[in-house]
Ligand binder design. Sequence first.
Ligand SMILES: Nc1nc2c(c(=O)[nH]1)N[C@H]1C(S)=C(S)[C@@H](COP(=O)(O)O)O[C@H]1N2
Ligand SMILES: [Mo]
Length: 373
Amino acid sequence: MKFRPLPQPQFSSPLHHPRVAVVIGRWLGAAVLVCFLTGVFSHVQQETTYVPSRPVSLYRVTQGLHVLSGTIAIPLLLAKLWTVYPKLFAKPPWPPSRQALVSIVERLSILVLVATLALELLTGFLNTIQWYPWPFPFRETHYALAWIIVGALIVHLAVKLPLIVEHWRKVRAAPRQDGLSRRGLFRIVAGAGALVGVTTVGQSVPPLGPLAVLAPRRPGVGPQGLPVNRTAEAAGVVRADSEWRLTIVGPRELSFTLDELRRLPQTQADLPIACVEGWSQGARWEGIRIRDLLSLCGAAKSAGVRVRSLEKGGFYGTSELPAQFAQDPLTLLALRLNGADLDLDHGYPARIIAPNRPGVLQTKWVHRLEVLS
Ligand SMILES: Nc1nc2c(c(=O)[nH]1)N[C@H]1C(S)=C(S)[C@@H](COP(=O)(O)O)O[C@H]1N2
Ligand SMILES: [Mo]
């Protein structure tokens, strides 16, 4: 019996043309670039003390763009992979030569790029819909993958540069063909990206809220008209009773009941909650300036503060306000939201609200402030 070689698949569609790969690649590249830059900004926000406290909504915009561009990149990546997948069946480079070596590097870099980018976009998207089915820490992994993607992308672009240059401009009309035209494909892919974008962006752009079917949180939906990320029940926090005190530990140690806090000078601030998962919404907060509390206990004008929640342990139980946030006149220990006492799920009896901060650092159920020198 004689073995016959497997038939080579035929890819006759002109939609697998390099020009198509270049056009969709540009869109995907733009989305990935926005996603990467805003992601690095979010990392700097959470890991360093250098970020300024103004403009108040900067993080709201950058993180909204981060989740939006990452979500739009998913259909773009799928389209790009479809366009180039016949390359998988290309003859392996043999016999060895300089060209063969380039081709091996190229294929390896594409393997790394596709694998990491697909994983990054998928885990990021699952994170935004609040599903964490993996055992590794999301944020660290997400950040490390981003740099691997950048490295693999640079290699990929370098290897493909001649092809990219050749097909950057449309040189002549695409050959007439039956079925879907190039322009038709571009419209479908752009339409898919736009559709995914429109059904996502409403989570941070209130007028588009009703369209945000891909988003788990929508503007206006929640107690006091504001979404809740983690409820008191989920955080294991019970309603504070009359025993509750706010303790401030600094040069002097002070302690306040809730009624005593209510009698201190109150300040109003219109500030957004801007969750790292992409949803955001502005609200009117009312409470005591953190900088007033710090100066009452004799802290220096340059002091930062550590905030402790009634919630025990975990990543959310404490946060730190570097000096530029602690001393900002808009940073409050908020007691009220949209004209009423805080709902338990929004942090009753007291929470932090500060300008230009990731939601995850807007600690709820505060009971202790510790001055940092
Ligand atoms: N103690 C504590 N504070 C917390 C959280 C938490 O789980 N525990 N969640 C944070 C996150 S991730 C966000 S986005 C905001 C959301 O505030 P909200 O639930 O009042 O809208 O609260 C932050 N403060
Ligand atoms: Mo959040």
